[in-house]
Design a protein around this ligand. Structure first.
Ligand code: GLA
Ligand code: ZN
Length: 719
C-alpha cells in the first residue's frame, strides 16, 4: 500500500506553457506556498517540449523546475507523456495514429489518438519514459509516477484486429468453441477460422452481442497491456517509485477493476456538475464515485484532478458557490482520498482549456477562487492525521462493467432507459442515508468482509458468482437482489432452466417473465399484512418482473454453466430423461429432482394482470436472508426496505440520534482512532447530536448548527 506522510494538495502544473515568462514561474512558487500547495503533477502533455525532434531531448527546463519545486518543499507527481504525441511522430510513423470503427485512420490532432498496439508507438514511449527515469526518476521531489492521462478509446487498425484474434484464440482455443459460445449459428454468422473475425463496426457486424462484449473486454486488455508496457519501461530503467493512472467518472470504456492490480494506488478525476440538481443528489453521486474508486483496491486513493472553479466542457460552465470547493474537497477526503488535486494550477493562455477554471486565472493574483483554494489548503493542514486511514464498510453494492456492457447491448425488456446506474444508486443511497460506509464492488471481489450486499440488475453472472452469493447468504449474510439478474453467462448466452440462475433455492423463487413498462405506466408494491419489513405502498416503473414462489427448481438444471464443460452436451443428450447419461459428477443429475422452494411474499403488485403476485420477497437461507426486489421502485421503497434489512442484519449505524436530510456521514479509521466526518449538503442548517460521548471534535464548528457546505470531524481514540 502506498503511504504518504501528509495529504497531498495541489494539482496539474504545466510550466512548459510559460517558459517564456520566468517571472510568472517565480510567482507560481509564491502562490503555491500561500495556498498550502505541497504537490504538483508535471509533464502530462510535455512530449513535444521534451523531445522537439526525434531523438533530440530537451529536459533542462523540467529539471530546473523540479529542483525549484523541491527547494520550495513541493513534491512532484511525474507523468509519462503518452496521452498526446508530437507532430513529428505521427508524420514519420503514421501507423501510430488511431483507426476508427469504420476503418479510417485519423489525422494528427487531439489527444488519446494513438494505437495501443503499434510497436513504433511502444518503442517511442519507451525511449521518452526511460529518458524521464534517467533525468528525474531518482530526484527526491518525485514521489509517484502518473502513467499517461485518462486512458480511453479504441483503435481498429489491422494490428489491433490481429491482436483481437489472438485474444479470442487464447480465450476459446478453437473456432468451434467460439461459435458455440457466441451463438453464431443465429443469422448464419458462423466463422470457420479466427482469421475471419473482425472487430464490431457500424459498417459490419454490430449485433452479435458476444462479439461486442469480447471486443470491449479486449479494449481493456489492450489498454492495460499498453499501460503495463509503460510501467515496465520505468522499472527496466531502474525506477521503483509507485505508479498510478488517473481514471474517470462512470467511465464505461474500460473495466477499471481489471486495470487496478497493475497500479500501486488508484487515482481519479472528479468533475461533478454542482448547483444543477439539489446538492444532496450531486453529493451522493460524487460520493459514490469516490467509493467506486476506493473499492478498487480497498485502500486510500487520490483525487488526482478536480476543478477549483468551473470547467469549460460541460454544457454550462457554472461557478462553484462560496464554500462548495471546500465541501467537495473534504468529501473526497471523507470517502478515503489522501489528496485534493486540481486541474490545473495556472489557467492556460490559449487553446481549448483557456477558460477552464484554475487555481490562478488570467488575472494572475489573489482572487475569490484563490482564497477558497487557500482556505481548503488550510483545512487539509489541520486534517493531516486522516492521511492513510481506512474506510471500512460492512455493506457493499455490486456494480459490474461486464454486466453493464452486456445488459445495455442486449436488446431486452427496454432498449432505452434500463437505468442500471440509477437502480444501483437507489441501493447505495438508501444505505448511505443510514450513515453507513458503502463499498461499490464488481463481481470479482470477495464478499467476506460484508454483512449485507446489494445486487442490483446483475443480468450477467460470471462463473462462480452464484456460488459466492449462495455461500455468503448461507453463512449469515443478507443479500438484496433485484429483477433482471442471473439471466446470461459470461458470453451473454441465456441460461437454460430457471432464473436467477443457480439461485432459485436461495431466493425461494423463480422469475418467469419481465414486463417493460411504457414511460407513462406505473404499478405499485402493496405490503402484505403480518410482516414488519415494509409498511407503505410504493410506486414502480420501467420494469416489473413476474416471479413464482411455491414453485419447483429449474426444469433444466445446469448448475453454474462451466466454461467449456460438458454440461450442455449432457443436457442435450438427456433432455427428455430424468437421469443423466454422463454419470454422477454431472449437475444434470438434478433434472427431474424438482426440489421445492418458497419465499415469503412481503409485498404484491397493485395492478395489471399480475396484481396480487409477488413484488418483494424474502427467503431465509442458511443463516442469512435473501431478498428479491421484483421491480424498479422509487427511492422511498429502498429507504424503508434497507432500514429494515440493516436492522435485521444487526449492522451498527453511526452514533447519531438522527441523520437529517442532506447530511453525509462517513467514517475513516486507523488502528488507534475512529473518525466521524459529517458534511451538510442540504439546503437547511442542521442540528446533530452525537450519542457516543467518547467522540471529540477535531475540525469544524458547531454540531448543533451545521450550516450548508460545512464539515465537522470528530475523533474517538480506540486505545
Ligand atoms: C481531464 C484531463 C485534463 C483536463 C481536464 C479538464 O480530466 O485529464 O487534462 O483536460 O479534464 O477538465
Ligand atoms: Zn491499432
Amino acid at each position: 500500500m502506498v503511504k504518504f506522510d501528509h495529504l497531498l494538495y495541489g494539482g496539474d502544473y504545466n510550466p512548459e506553457q510559460w517558459l517564456e515568462y520566468p517571472e510568472i514561474l517565480e510567482q507560481d512558487l509564491e502562490y503555491m506556498r500561500r495556498a498550502h500547495i505541497n504537490t504538483v503533477s508535471v509533464g502530462i502533455f510535455s512530449w513535444a517540449v521534451l523531445e522537439p525532434e526525434e531523438g533530440v531531448f530537451c529536459f533542462g527546463w523540467l529539471e530546473e523546475i523540479v529542483e525549484k519545486l523541491y527547494q520550495n518543499g513541493i513534491s512532484v507527481i511525474l507523468a509519462t507523456p503518452s496521452g498526446a504525441r508530437p507532430k513529428w511522430l505521427s508524420d514519420a510513423y503514421p501507423e501510430v495514429l488511431r483507426v476508427d470503427a469504420s476503418g479510417h485512420r485519423n489525422f494528427f490532432g487531439g489527444r488519446h489518438n494513438h494505437c495501443y498496439t503499434s510497436p513504433v508507438y511502444r518503442e517511442k514511449i519507451k525511449i521518452i519514459n526511460q529518458e524521464l527515469v534517467r533525468r528525474l526518476g531518482s530526484h527526491p521531489a518525485v514521489k509517484l509516477w502518473h502513467i499517461s492521462n485518462e486512458y480511453g478509446g479504441a483503435c481498429y487498425c489491422p494490428l489491433c484486429q490481429q491482436e483481437f484474434r489472438r485474444f479470442l484464440k487464447e480465450k476459446y482455443g478453437t473456432i468451434e468453441e467460439l461459435n458455440r459460445r457466441w451463438c453464431t449459428t443465429f443469422w448464419s454468422h458462423r466463422y470457420s477460422s479466427f482469421e475471419q473475425i473482425e472487430a464490431p463496426s457500424p459498417r459490419g457486424e454490430n449485433e452479435l452481442h458476444a462479439l461486442k462484449l469480447d471486443w470491449k473486454r479486449f479494449v481493456t486488455e489492450r489498454t492495460t497491456d499498453f499501460m503495463r508496457h509503460e510501467i515496465a519501461c520505468l522499472r527496466e530503467a531502474g525506477s521503483d517509485k509507485p505508479v498510478t493512472t488517473n481514471m474517470m467518472y462512470n467511465f464505461e470504456g474500460l473495466n477499471y477493476p481489471e486495470m487496478a492490480p497493475y497500479v500501486d494506488i488508484i487515482s481519479w478525476d472528479s468533475y461533478p456538475v454542482w448547483h444543477k440538481e439539489p446538492e444532496t443528489v450531486t453529493a451522493s453521486d460524487c460520493g459514490m464515485q469516490h467509493d467506486i474508486m476506493r473499492s478498487l483496491k480497498k485502500q486510500p486513493f487520490l483525487l488526482m484532478e478536480s476543478c477549483p472553479s468551473s470547467t469549460n466542457w460541460q454544457k454550462v460552465s457554472k461557478l462553484k458557490k462560496p464554500g462548495m470547493l471546500q465541501a467537495a474537497s473534504l468529501q473526497a477526503i471523507a470517502h478515503g482520498s489522501d489528496s485534493v488535486l486540481y486541474f490545473q494550477f495556472r489557467q492556460s493562455r490559449g487553446a481549448s482549456e483557456k477558460f477552464h477554471g484554475a487555481v490562478m486565472d488570467h488575472y494572475g493574483g489573489d482572487t475569490r477562487v484563490f482564497r477558497e483554494v487557500t482556505c481548503t489548503g488550510a483545512s487539509l493542514q489541520s486534517l493531516q492525521e486522516l492521511c492513510g486511514t481506512e474506510v471500512r464498510s460492512l455493506a457493499a453494492v455490486l456494480y459490474d462493467w461486464d454486466n453493464r456492457w452486456a445488459m445495455e447491448d442486449a436488446q431486452g425488456p427496454r432498449n432505452k432507459n434500463l437505468f442500471y446506474k440509477e437502480t444501483m444508486e437507489k441501493s447505495y443511497r438508501a444505505l448511505r442515508k443510514l450513515g453507513l460506509n458503502v463499498d461499490v464492488i464488481d463481481m470479482s471481489k470477495t464478499l467476506e468482509d460484508y454483512r449485507l450486499v446489494a445486487v442490483p440488475m446483475m443480468y450477467l453472472f460470471k462463473e462462480g458468482f452464484a456460488g459466492k452469493l449462495r455461500d455468503f447468504t448461507e453463512q449469515g449474510g443478507t443479500v438484496l437482489m433485484t429483477y433482471w439478474s442471473g439471466i446470461v453467462d459470461e458470453t451473454d448466452r441465456c441460461f437454460l432452466g430457471g432464473t436467477p440462475h443457480g439461485l432459485e433455492d436461495v431466493f425461494g423463487l423463480r422469475s418467469t417473465e419481465i414486463d417493460g413498462l411504457y414511460d407513462w405506466e406505473s404499478n405499485a408494491a402493496v405490503p402484505v399484512e403480518g410482516q414488519e419489513i415494509l409498511r407503505h405502498t410504493y410506486t414502480c416503473r420501467n420494469l416489473c418482473e413476474l416471479v413464482e414462489v411455491n414453485g419447483a427448481k429449474s426444469a433444466v438444471a445446469l448448475g453454474d454453466a462451466l466454461w467449456g464443460s460438458r454440461e450442455d452436451v449432457c443436457r442435450t443428450e438427456s433432455e427428455s430423461d430424468a437421469s443423466c447419461c454422463c454419470g454422477a459428477e454431472c449437475s444434470v443429475n438434478l433434472l427431474g429432482g424438482r426440489e421445492r422452494f418458497g419465499a415469503q411474499v412481503l409485498a404484491v403488485y397493485g395492478s395489471d394482470f399480475y396484481a396480487g403476485t409477488p413484488a418483494l420477497t424474502r427467503n431465509a437461507y442458511g443463516k442469512g436472508y435473501a431478498y428479491y426486489i421484483c421491480a424498479d421502485f422509487e427511492q422511498a421503497f429502498y429507504d424503508e426496505l434497507y432500514a429494515s434489512a440493516v436492522k435485521e442484519a444487526g449492522v451498527a449505524t453511526p452514533p447519531l440520534s438522527e441523520i437529517p436530510l442532506g447530511l453525509e456521514v462517513t467514517q475513516r479509521e486507523s488502528e488507534t482512532a475512529a473518525y466521524l466526518i459529517l458534511q451538510n449538503f442540504g439546503d437547511q442548517d442542521v442540528a446533530i447530536q452525537v450519542t457516543d460521548g467518547s467522540y471529540r471534535m477535531i475540525y469544524g464548528g458547531n454540531a448543533a448548527n451545521l450550516k450548508k457546505y460545512e464539515t465537522i470531524v470528530l475523533k474517538r481514540d480506540k486505545i
